[in-house]
Structures are given as C-alpha cells and as structure tokens.
Design a protein. Structure first.
Length: 255
C-alpha cells in the first residue's frame, strides 16, 4: 500500500519554485490537523512565483506543435486523435464539433500546469461564459470560467467543481492568458482495493492560492459516468464541449 502521508515538500520543490514550497509549508496542514489551523474571516490572496517552462522530468502534453495534439491526445469517447486545432502554439476546440480531449498518458500523484484563455463574447451573447475545466484522472475537475470580478462559488473558476469554492476569485478578464497549477494527490487504496483516502488538490490560479490541500468528496460532473470508480491513475482531460477556451503549454510532472 502506498504511503498515506501528504505529498512531500521535497517532491513539490522538484517542480515548483522555492516560493511554492514556502506557501505550501505555511498553508497546507498535515493530514488530520486541518481543523487546528485557524482560517481568516476574510481570505487574503497568497501569491507566489511558479514555473511556466516544463522542468526536468515533465511530460509535455502540448507545447505548441500540431503533432503533439495528434500523438498525445484523443477525442474523448473515441479512439480518434484530438480534433482540436493547433495554430501559433495554441490549441483550440473546433466550433463546429466541440469535444473534450483526453491525454493518452495516465498519472497518479502529479503536478499539472496549463495555460488557458477564455474568449471575449459580445455584450449581446448571454450563453458564453468561458466554461471549461481541467480534469485530473478524467474524474476530478478544476473549473475554468470567465468570471472575473465575481464572488467565489462552487462552480466558479478555481473551484473543485460543484464541491469546493476557491479561497478567492483569481480570474483575469476574458481574453487574457491565465495559468492553472495543480498539485494533485491521488486516492489511496488498501490491499483489498478499498478507497481509504480520497484525492486532494492544492491549486494556484495565476499564481494565487485558490485551493489549499482540499479533498474531492467524489467524482465531479466531468466524468459523465465514463469512470465509475476511483483509480490509482488516470488521464488529463481538457474540456472543450462548452466554450472555445484555448490552451497552451500543458505539462505534467509525475510525483
């Protein structure tokens, strides 16, 4: 059975800057001690400097080349290559056939980095919200949304979708490039295969801490019934079946 301890600061330090290590040390309590950490009445943003270039050991899922979409991703629910376009280093869902894409590689504990840009809609367009997401193991969604300036919510940007609102809303205005950095701790199982610890995530949006070692209480809506059970590993899914949110510089470091 794998260790039940949280991801070590040493492991995180391998892929993040010293500032991240300091932030995690200050903000992430040990398992079982969360209630002992005082929470401020009003959340104060914690900003750190995070790496944008893939570090040594990273698996680059999309670095800007069209062949990376073809070789590293497939169109969800099919065996076909991803049908997104890749132009000028940017991956974009097709407006005529909006679909999610799934990584061929699967991951357990991991550090996930992705850059994204929500579209700018005309004032008359009420249906577009810049709705997208990054699904860890194809089951647990960190929400992307064009909600700059709005109050944090359980379906807002940086939320563990439908489960945990972000500490603060760190979204930039639509049309600006943003970053999402996720330190994911996969579920733990006993020798009989029973889940003994649910997955957890620490999330930085635009360098701002928005989720602090929070637990996914279960699979979120993005899994759509495709994955019925929790697992040790799973793919990264980029949501493209709602709005034309663009992505670039997507990489993962297994921990």
């Amino acid at each position: 059975m794998r260790s039940s301890k949280p991801l070590s600061v040493v492991a995180v330090a391998a892929v993040a800057s010293a500032a991240v290590v300091g932030a995690l040390a200050a903000w992430t309590p040990a398992r079982g001690q969360e209630s002992a950490v005082a929470k401020p009445a009003v959340a104060t943003p914690v900003s750190v400097s995070l790496p944008s270039k893939p570090p040594k050991g990273a698996v680059v899922l999309f670095g800007g080349r069209p062949e990376e979409l073809r070789d590293n991703w497939y169109r969800r629910y099919t065996t076909e290559p991803a049908n997104w376009t890749a132009e000028k280093g940017v991956a974009t869902p097709l407006a005529s056939a909006k679909t999610d894409i799934t990584s061929r590689a699967e991951f357990g504990d991991s550090y996930v980095h992705a850059e994204f840009r929500t579209p700018v809609y005309p004032a008359s367009e009420r249906n577009g919200h810049g709705n997208s997401g990054i699904a860890l193991q194809g089951r647990y969604e960190v929400q992307i949304l064009g909600d700059h300036g709005k109050a944090p919510g359980r379906s807002g940007a940086g939320s563990l979708y439908s489960q945990k609102p972000p500490i603060v809303n760190a979204s930039k205005p639509a049309g600006e490039w943003q970053t999402m950095d996720i330190i994911f701790r996969a579920p733990r199982f006993d020798e009989a295969g029973k889940v003994v610890e649910k997955p957890r995530a620490t999330v930085f949006q635009n360098g701002v801490l928005v989720q602090n070692n929070e637990e996914f209480t279960g699979m979120t809506g993005i899994q759509y019934g495709q994955y019925k059970e929790m697992a040790k590993t799973g793919p990264v899914v980029l949501q493209g079946d709602h709005d034309l949110v663009q992505f670039r510089n997507v990489w993962v470091v297994p921990l």
